[in-house]
Design a protein around this ligand. Structure first.
Ligand SMILES: Nc1ncnc2c1ncn2[C@@H]1O[C@H](COP(=O)(O)OP(=O)(O)O)[C@@H](O)[C@H]1O
Ligand SMILES: N[C@@H](CC(=O)OP(=O)(O)O)C(=O)O
Length: 454
């Protein structure tokens, strides 16, 4: 197949490939849509968390053994249900042994490259299994190592994809395979120029699917998960949350950035660049439909959704140098940039700057963003105070900054809560408040009730 027209790339998240039965359901979705030629899978639910735990310095050798046993149990339960397990058994055995070898190597040297190699093993298993399940159902399908095409830089844990190289490599190695079969490949992982395995950051499989869709000039990306689309808020937090039939790229990007876990924030970028439509639906109930994310939508309401991003850090910088002076902010931002930290929200007063840090697509290693060396460097030119245990709650919609009455409706329900920081005005699409993490669920429910249920 030359690079395809009408091609769909479908991605299945961890819960959708959690076990054999889940994979079976997903295989039907693929078989029912002949346009789907590329399938991107995440690791089976829970596997990546266990692999991350295996890379932590604090994990004892006893704990490591238990973790490897638990990972093996998840994978062998899938293998045992396959019609022809012998076709793939050797590959799965090899992955499980490789995990043990990598765990031993990490005891000797805490190399970030080895950590990424470890984190990639879950996706290696699920892609082999998913292709086998498709074949079992009569489809022509093969597993494909995405590292042949997903070229990234060498920033392990949060590697940057190299868009042009990916397009070239996909044209050369992936497109020719699509005429005769469905290709099942791994999300979340890539490889640098030397061939070392890299990862795109936690939750990065959605991003992988969008990048492959861009490289193959696909017309649609489907994100199959455990909810029937993007809702007005996380349905686990507010049972009255409603599914959204259609949403614009801008709104969806804001939702993903502000914590709607259903979509990785970077997914939208390749889709926007190539005007690829994105669909989000439930692999459990595909007949229910889901959300289409499009360039243009028929309805752009003032209130679209509320989202929450937990585990926020507020950095408060105090310096008398700021008083009637120039350059303090430039110096601060240069230091943050040097440490590869991007700032999310910011408010300033005469002698203080308060900012929250952008943990979007956070590092796969699970390490915090604030290193000792960064704090030391900042302390050289200001007094630094760090507050943790906060959550960012965002009201997302359209014309937020130019519609009268938005603030009243938001703040009337915030009365019982201490609002640590407010940001509004820069974007027409959001109004954000920083609250104590323990109160975030109540704040979300109260906002949802006021904005969407009355
Ligand atoms: N606005 C929202 N709409 C739908 N789901 C949301 C929203 N915000 C958060 N979520 C959560 O996202 C989850 C799906 O994302 P995730 O667990 O990463 O799935 P997957 O493993 O398929 O990638 C849902 O179960 C839901 O709890
Ligand atoms: N397995 C990876 C990548 C991923 O995107 O997973 P999921 O689709 O289950 O969120 C992770 O857990 O981060």
């Amino acid at each position: 197949m030359s690079i395809a027209n009408g091609l769909t790339v479908a991605k299945f998240g961890g819960t959708s490939v959690a076990d054999y039965d889940a994979m079976h359901r997903c295989a039907d979705i693929i078989i029912n849509n002949p346009a789907t030629k590329v399938v991107v899978v995440s690791a089976s639910s829970g596997v990546t968390n266990k692999l991350v735990a295996l890379t932590q310095a604090t994990t004892t050798s006893e704990q490591s053994k238990l973790l490897i046993k638990q990972i093996a149990s998840i994978q062998y339960q899938i293998l045992d249900r396959l019609g022809h397990p012998s076709e793939v058994a050797a590959k799965i055995d090899a992955v499980i042994s490789h995990i043990s070898v990598l765990a031993e190597r990490l005891v000797l040297s805490r190399s970030k490259a080895v950590m990424d190699e470890m984190l990639s093993q879950g996706e290696m298993c699920s892609s082999v299994f998913f292709a086998a399940v498709l074949r079992e159902k009569g489809a022509a399908a093969a597993a494909f190592d995405v590292r042949q095409v997903m070229r990234t830089d060498s920033h392990h844990g949060r590697a940057e994809p190299q868009i042009e190289s990916i397009a070239q490599l996909a044209e050369e190695h992936l497109a020719p395979l699509l005429s005769s079969q469905v290709i099942v490949t791994q999300g979340f992982i890539g490889a640098d120029e030397e061939g070392a395995t890299t990862t795109l950051g936690r939750g990065g499989s959605d991003y992988s699917a969008a990048l492959l869709a861009e490289a193959l000039r696909a017309t649609a990306v489907e994100i199959w998960t455990d909810v029937a689309g993007i809702y007005t808020t996380d349905p686990r937090l507010a049972p009255n949350a409603k599914p959204i039939a259609e949403i614009s790229f801008n709104e969806a990007a804001e939702m993903a950035t502000f914590g709607a876990k259903v979509l990785h924030p970077a997914t939208i970028l390749p889709a926007v660049r190539q005007k690829i439509q994105v669909f989000v639906g439930s692999s459990w109930t595909p007949e229910q439909g889901g959300t289409w994310i499009r360039h243009q939508v028929s309805d752009e309401p003032v209130y679209r959704a509320v989202a929450v991003r937990r585990d926020q850090t507020l950095l408060n910088l105090h310096s008398l140098q700021m008083l009637h002076a120039q350059g303090f902010l430039a110096q601060t931002f240069a230091t943050l940039a040097k440490h590869k930290i991007s700032v999310d929200l910011i408010t300033t007063s005469e002698v203080n700057v308060a900012l929250t840090l952008d943990k979007t697509g956070s590092d796969s290693s699970g390490h915090g963003l604030l290193s000792e060396s960064l704090l030391q460097e900042l302390s050289q030119h200001c007094r630094v105070r760090v507050e943790d245990g906060l959550a960012l709650v965002a009201v997302i919609g359209n014309r937020i900054a130019s519609t009268a009455g938005v603030c009243r409706r938001v703040f009337e329900v915030l009365e019982p809560h201490n609002v640590r920081m407010i940001c509004q005005g820069a974007s027409p699409h959001n109004l954000c408040v920083l609250v104590e993490e323990a109160q975030a669920a109540d704040v979300i429910r109260a906002l949802h009730e006021n904005l969407f249920e009355s």
